[in-house]
Design a protein around this ligand. Structure first.
Ligand code: HEM
Length: 220
């Protein structure tokens, strides 16, 4: 069953790319003069936006797995987390490639100028770089090599990558900040859940020791 769901998830995760390619090549893929027409007046912008959006969506979906498996009592959801995380990285690679290849034509000088001039590029780049060690160490072999604790600590980098991704979006939009704020709100809920889980035992310990002190004071 899990294998079938994984297959469906894998195919489903490729649909945004499939649609992008479909729109790019159009109904006459052999006619180069029509390439990109299906993506509107600015095909490169359309590709950048679609791949950026999907990177963020997959990052949030990956982060949603832990709360979902706990709250819905579905521990097996963990089996899909790695795939979703790798798809986030896959779309981030496409997004980054669109920028360096289609947008900047590998012009390093222009890219460096862009990084200096447009701070949203620097944050986006940070978000991307943070995902690289996670993708590299996503295999069972790396979990064994690093040990569960260290692997988990390293994989907390995804929180910072997602935060940087939302800031990247927030800083690049000119007027309507509704969409980045929506992504930000979802991220806040997902990170807030983790904060609650982390803080709960601390609060419990404090209440327990306070009531123990009170009981001792009453007994004296
Ligand atoms: C994890 C990493 C990243 C995430 C999550 C991300 C996400 C996004 C999102 C959501 C958008 C807007 C999409 C929309 O308007 O619907 C976007 C746009 C964009 N991103 Fe990224 N991005 C990342 C990394 C990068 C990197 C590394 C670069 C280049 C160095 C980059 C360059 C751009 C550019 C040029 C735009 C379009 C800006 C414009 O419309 O003026 N992004 N990105």
């Amino acid at each position: 069953m899990i294998r079938w769901i994984k297959l469906v998830l894998f195919i489903g995760s490729l649909i945004p790319l499939g649609l992008l390619l479909w729109k790019f090549f159009g109904a006459h893929p052999s006619d180069m003069s029509t390439w990109g027409a299906g993506l509107g007046a600015n095909p490169i912008e359309a590709i950048t936006h679609t791949t950026g959006d999907w990177t963020l969506r997959f990052l949030l979906a990956t982060l949603a797995i832990t709360p979902a498996r706990k709250l819905l009592h579905l521990p097996s959801l963990i089996k899909f987390r790695r795939m979703l995380g790798l798809f986030a990285f896959f779309y981030a690679c496409l997004h980054f490639t669109t920028y360096i290849w289609l947008d900047k034509f590998f012009n390093l000088h222009e890219m460096l100028a862009d990084v200096a001039k447009r701070k949203f590029i620097t944050v986006g780049f940070t978000a991307f770089v943070l995902l690289i060690p996670l993708a590299v160490t996503s295999t069972a072999g790396w979990i064994r090599r690093l040990g569960g604790k260290r692997w988990q600590a390293l994989h907390r980098l995804i929180y910072f990558s997602a935060i940087a991704g939302v800031i990247h979006y927030l800083w690049l939009v000119k007027a309507d900040i509704r969409k980045p704020l929506e992504y930000g709100a979802v991220l806040a809920v997902l990170l807030g859940y983790r904060l609650l889980v982390w803080i709960q035992p601390v609060i419990k310990r404090r209440t327990e020791s306070a009531s123990q002190r009170r009981a001792e004071a009453v007994a004296q």
